[in-house]
Design a protein around this ligand. Structure first.
Ligand code: 13P
Length: 252
């Protein structure tokens, strides 16, 4: 946690979810709007196909909506891609950029991630910029070097606490049930906090830094209570309202 920073718990549904899954979103919304989800801000990032329907279901409530990726351009001949203004128009207020699955499977570079984050800010979206090392990089003792390089290359100019969020997601912890030790998470988040201060000066002290990678109800309290951990980016456990809300309850 960081003093005077509201925690943020975001769910990344990845390529999961059909219209029927919106019952989970509705259950989350009910809890958030009833004040039963604790003090954290909550957001869900369903696949793009569900954004408009989800926005309709969340209209007027306090559960925020996010997307999982955006193009760098606002419009044009980019078959299959979706722009940041389109996501905003569909009802999103957040967009994840630079998730390791996109960095790896779609060969996204730091420069591309930065351009996507800039496009997000320009469209009035808050960018959730993901960074994280592989297992080999951690075992070689390079985790902080790698994340430093990613962060310096991926963060958009002019970012502020309202417009950018960082998600530290060690690649080897995603979907594996493995997590770094609390000491390793705290060390990395402290390093990221220092870098955000270098990049953004004073406003870097309040930019939210999320931890992601096998966050579950059982480990949320320990991970989310660490210094400079301002929330979580949750994959698998965000698909079910009961699990997602149990993670958010770490702040209750
Ligand atoms: P899991 O929580 O399923 O490990 O996924 C983490 C993640 O990649 C969120 O973006």
């Amino acid at each position: 946690m960081t003093p005077d920073v509201r925690p943020f718990v975001a769910g990344n549904w990845k390529m999961n979810g059909l219209s029927a899954s919106l019952v989970e979103l509705e259950a989350m919304r009910r809890a958030v709007d009833a004040g039963e989800a604790g003090p954290a801000e909550l957001a869900v990032c369903p696949p793009a196909t569900l954004l408009a329907q989800a926005a309709w279901k969340l209209k007027g409530g306090k559960l925020a909506l996010g997307a999982q990726d955006c193009h760098t351009e606002a419009s044009g001949a980019f078959t299959g891609d979706i722009s940041a203004p389109m996501l905003k128009d569909a009802g999103a207020s957040y967009v994840i950029v630079g998730h390791s699955e996109r960095r790896t499977l779609h060969h996204e570079t730091d420069a591309l991630v930065r351009a996507k984050a800039e496009a997000a800010l320009k469209a009035g979206l808050t960018a959730i910029v993901c960074v994280g090392e592989t297992r080999d990089e951690r075992e070689a003792g390079d985790a902080i070097v790698v994340v430093t390089r990613q962060l310096l290359g991926s963060m958009p100019p002019g970012g502020a606490p309202e417009t950018v969020v960082v998600a530290y997601e060690p690649v080897w912890a995603i979907g594996t049930g493995l997590t770094p030790t609390p000491a390793d998470v705290a060390e990395m988040h402290k390093a990221i906090r220092g870098l955000l201060g270098e990049i953004y000066a004073a406003s870097g002290t309040k930019i939210r830094i999320l931890y992601g990678g096998s966050v579950k109800p059982a480990n949320a309290r320990e991970l989310l209570g660490l210094d400079n951990v301002d929330g979580a980016l949750v994959g698998g456990a965000s698909l079910k309202a009961v699990d997602f809300l149990a993670i958010a309850a770490a702040y209750a």
